[in-house]
Design a protein around this ligand. Structure first.
Ligand SMILES: [Fe+2]
Length: 377
């Protein structure tokens, strides 16, 4: 007979009675969970923090990057493509910091896009019409849609997340009901304006397929010739401020409760300001080994309460296997500080089932000392 692991909680030694509360004096709690916080789980209580390493040797380590230091090519040349930062078979994460409008239409034939507007505002033109965008918007562009970004601002910063060969969906809200977290009524779609708004010059449609580019040229505008459309495939957007956080004063909910979009092989979660838990409950992230997912976190706005030395537009990448959790400063700043009643951070997390690879462009803006940031001062 094959061995069937226990499907009921066992308990050995000195533990708290329930997860994330009344942790034994002097101990730290580690969550050892499966399937990105949805699966079977154990909590271990240890007398040392798992991040109190002397040193780490080998390829597996935590990373942080300062993306504001990355001067993308499209800052000086509007005709180039976004800069690829991270990738695997299921997703590609790129950065655009263009200061002026795209002189071509892009069409992605590899996957759907989610463009997160970290900075800037403008209008996105597409086969489905025009949609204004501003800070904090997530714009979802179905695979095969022609579009171009026309910024109104000069300081722009777009994080582009390609769901390679899958669609973006909203997660099932289960018992929370269909209007929790994101009320679908908050979703905005483009409008067809009175055309034409653009001259009938030669226009390029630049198609990405298998990470190669093909350009098709027309002597008319190939987007503004849409006279109408019907159906349930279109461009749509929601703002990170439209995401309603879920919390419990008596239980530190796992990051999976912030899931905003689901794609094949990864999820996108939104961390937004919310009340903190009661003082006897864990209020900062637990130490964990999210053993099946790489965790990439993009810091959008506000006060990043769980991380020390992190600035706006920084990215951290925590691979599974080597544990992570709050840095020592978070205990005084948040956990042991009753005056702190709310979190003030806005961040976008991308959890990927397959390991993310880094490009040379993003390695150039890595902070090499991040792995030592858990050291007690
Ligand atoms: Fe994590």
């Amino acid at each position: 007979m094959p061995y069937t692991p226990p499907r009921f909680p066992l308990r050995k030694g000195n533990t708290s009675r329930k997860a994330h509360a009344n942790i034994p004096e002097g101990a730290v709690e580690i969550e050892h969970g499966r399937k990105g916080f949805f699966g079977n789980v154990s909590h271990l209580y240890k007398s040392h923090k798992p991040t109190s390493w002397n040193r780490v040797e080998g390829p597996l380590k935590h990373h942080s990057f300062s993306l504001l230091n990355l001067k993308t090519e499209d800052m000086s040349d509007p005709n180039v493509n976004p800069t690829l930062l991270f990738y695997n078979n299921e997703c590609e994460i790129s950065l655009s910091r263009r200061v002026s409008e795209m002189p071509f239409y892009a069409r992605n034939a590899d996957g759907d896009l989610c463009i997160f507007i970290h900075r800037g505002e403008g209008v996105m033109e597409s086969d489905y019409g025009r949609i204004d965008f501003s800070k904090g918007d997530y714009i979802i562009i179905p695979r095969g849609t022609s579009y171009r970004m026309v910024p109104r601002s000069e300081d722009n910063f777009y994080l582009i997340i390609e769901a390679s060969d899958s669609e973006y969906n909203l997660p099932d809200r289960g018992m929370l009901g269909p209007t929790a977290q994101i009320d679908p009524a908050m979703i905005e779609t483009p409008e067809l304006p009175e055309y034409p708004t653009r001259p009938d010059d030669e226009w390029e449609v630049r198609i990405k397929r298998s990470d190669e580019y093909t350009s098709v040229y027309y002597d008319f505008n190939p987007v503004e010739d849409t006279i109408g459309w019907k159906g349930d495939v279109t461009v749509w957007k929601v703002n990170i401020d439209d995401f309603n956080p879920v919390m419990s004063p008596k239980y530190h909910l796992p990051p999976s409760v912030h899931t905003t979009f689901i794609a094949r092989g990864f999820v996108i979660c939104s961390f937004v300001p919310r009340p903190l838990e009661d003082p006897d409950v864990l209020r900062i992230p637990f130490y964990h080994s999210n053993i099946e997912y790489d965790e990439l976190l993009f810091y959008h706005d506000g006060n990043f309460f769980s991380r020390h030395g992190i600035n706006e537009a920084d990215v951290t990448l925590h691979p599974p296997g080597i544990l992570h959790g709050p840095q020592p400063q978070a205990f005084d700043k948040v956990q042991n500080n009753p005056a702190k009643t709310h979190s003030g951070e806005k961040a976008v997390m991308i959890d990927t089932r397959s390991p993310l690879k880094m490009t040379d462009a993003v390695k150039d803006v890595e902070n090499p000392e991040y792995i030592n940031s858990w050291k007690e001062e």
